[in-house]
Design a binder for this molecule. Sequence first.
Ligand code: GAF
Length: 392
Amino acid sequence: MDLEQREINVGTISPYFEQYFGHKPTVVAASPGRVNLIGEHTDYNNGFVLPMALENNCVVAVAPSPTGKHRWCGSLGDTIYEIPVEEASEKGEPFWSNYVRGVVALLGRRGIEVGPVDMLIDSNVPRGGGLSSSAALEVAVCTALAAQFDADISSKDKALIGQAVEHEFVNVPCGIMDQFVSAHGKKGHALMLDCADLEYKLIPMDDPEVSVLVLDSAVKHSLADGAYGQRRKQCEEAARILNVPSLREADLQMVEAAKAELGDVRYRRARHVVGENNRVQAFAGAIATRNWDAAGVAMRGSHASLRDDYEVSCPEVDTLVSLCDSIPSASSIYGARMTGGGFGGCIVALVKTKDVDKVGQELLDAYRAATGIETIYLVTRAGDGARVLSRK
Ligand code: GAF
């Protein structure tokens, strides 16, 4: 994953916009990436998740285009792509434009006609590490276009639009977690979401003595895409066998009782989902009372279950999580786990703030010694969700 700690705001993006398009933006909007603290592979099972928004954002500047066509630029230094208005809600090239095309199409279905716009996208959400840079993009574009065309789109609808874009325009059968937290995140808070009814609770995550450390394994195994859909299918099959609408309605006793009928794989998938929902509840209670040791226990349990029962980890990520127990400063780490879809990507750890950089550096060194892989870490606080930064 790349890591740009460059600040992006109205002041930085506006001069570029003017340079590219010859006039000023009328709307600048931002939406963050996320790190999931706990609740993995539970969203598409109607379960609980507990992510927080990053301080890193995708920032989108727009203005009506005087050309009668769309002119979109995907990142600083990239080409400006001209797209006729009648083609802007269809899949097309370049690949990244499908995130924008999808939003234009989904807004269109809600009766919001997106006229020709000039658009510049800039982002400091690390890409390729599973920190939801694409959810940040979808929700930022949706926020910017909604503001530009005076459309009243709720945060929940922004999340649903983002998810639909993934399903229909990018072919990723994701759950709702990433887009939801990108739309609803709040500075200094984690967000606990019930994916069954999209009710959520903000939980303060602002203890100055505890920091969130995100460390990239710098690997992404190709298995990821097919395996995600396969896990979803296995969970649906398990729910059918258990005779419940989704694994949300199952409990551990039920899963144990149906062990033979489920068969080994579905049994372990179901055990993960049911156990993970319980761990999210335990974690939420723990962080609300700043019981970081208990939060760490839930995180360790989550990782073991994702590794052994859900089988979505990988050797490199397991190495990183184990190193959290063996580096010299291990006692400064409350807990660590893989975060995101899996098969590579990042781990997240809760670490004593006073030692967080020491821990980060020790993990980088130990990981390099164990695997030969050079990587990076990020210390982040909980940031705000989607917002309009300026509007003229
Ligand atoms: C990916 C998906 F996009 C999310 O919806 C979620 O399922 C996650 O993997 C696993 O928890 O980020």
